[in-house]
Design a protein around this ligand. Structure first.
Ligand SMILES: [Zn+2]
Length: 273
């Protein structure tokens, strides 16, 4: 009898373990979106009220999934609140609207510092010279399932309607970039042709930004994007969502490429499209 129970019970147990994440996710998604969370989205997404109701619904669903699947860890004594969790989830999930995609499937943890944090850096120079230094950051994205953010920088997004910088969009663009297996400025795309078209536009625009940075010519895209193709994609994402009208005017081909990828037109949320 005991043997029979093991024979029948073990597969059932394995099935339960396998399906448990989707069972709990379905249950979480079935819960109503709390009014307090909607109020947080309205506070931290300046153009929330201009977003069409179906898009708001989509974002709320993505936020529910994000909050269910990701763990927030307060660092340097920070106590993580609902305000922080929902604000970050809301901004991060804007990059997923209208797209058939998972919710950052390899991301597990968001480490949150109260303000900019210092990270050690080791550099290997010519002749094997090793230099140890430190760098102060507002955010960092890792391809091992972590994003690190400074809460005071995240909050800044709530104050500006046309932000030049948004640390959440920046770091989560890096997460999308890394889903292709390499963090190199090209996220997952549907075909070889799409990659070819992507790299032709991106390479041209990256080169243009490098020249602008070298000659200190101001433009809508921050010169930090000239560091390398991965930073270019992250910075261009910030500009696309933060300053869409200027970007569409100054970089129409890049704007159109990102519009195809992100499947939204952020100009519409400012009454501009
Ligand atoms: Zn970056």
């Amino acid at each position: 009898m005991e043997v029979l129970w093991i024979f029948l019970g073990l597969p059932a147990l394995v099935a339960l373990i396998l399906f448990w994440p989707s069972i709990t996710l379905r249950r979480a998604l079935a819960q109503p979106f709390p009014a307090s969370h909607a109020a947080i989205l309205a506070r931290h997404i300046p153009f929330w009220r201009e977003m069409a109701p179906p898009l708001q619904m989509q974002l709320k669903r993505l936020v529910k999934q994000f909050l269910h699947q990701k763990k927030f860890i307060g660092c340097d004594g920070l106590t993580v609140t609902d305000e922080m969790r929902v604000a970050i989830a809301g901004q991060a999930c804007m990059l997923l609207l209208n797209r058939k995609t998972g919710v950052y499937p390899s991301l597990r943890h968001i480490l949150l510092y109260p303000s900019a944090f210092v990270v050690p850096r080791t550099e290997f120079g010519v002749g094997g010279v090793v230099t140890h230094a430190s760098q102060t950051l507002a955010g960092e994205s890792w391809n091992d399932g972590r994003v690190i953010l400074a809460w005071d920088h995240v909050q800044q997004a709530a104050f500006e309607r046309e932000p030049a910088h948004n640390v959440v969009w920046h770091e989560f663009a890096h997460q999308l970039d890394s889903e292709s297996g390499h963090t190199n400025g090209a996220p997952l795309l549907p075909s070889k042709n799409a990659y070819r078209y992507w790299s032709s536009i991106m390479a041209h625009e990256f080169e243009r930004l490098q020249q602008e940075a070298e000659w200190e010519i101001p433009g809508v895209i921050d010169h930090y994007g000239a560091s390398n193709p991965a930073e270019f994609f992250a910075v261009a994402t910030e500009t696309f969502f933060g300053r869409p009208l200027e970007m569409a005017e100054q970089h129409p081909a890049l704007f159109e490429l990102l519009q195809k990828y992100y499947r939204v037109d952020p100009r519409a949320w400012r009454g501009l499209a």
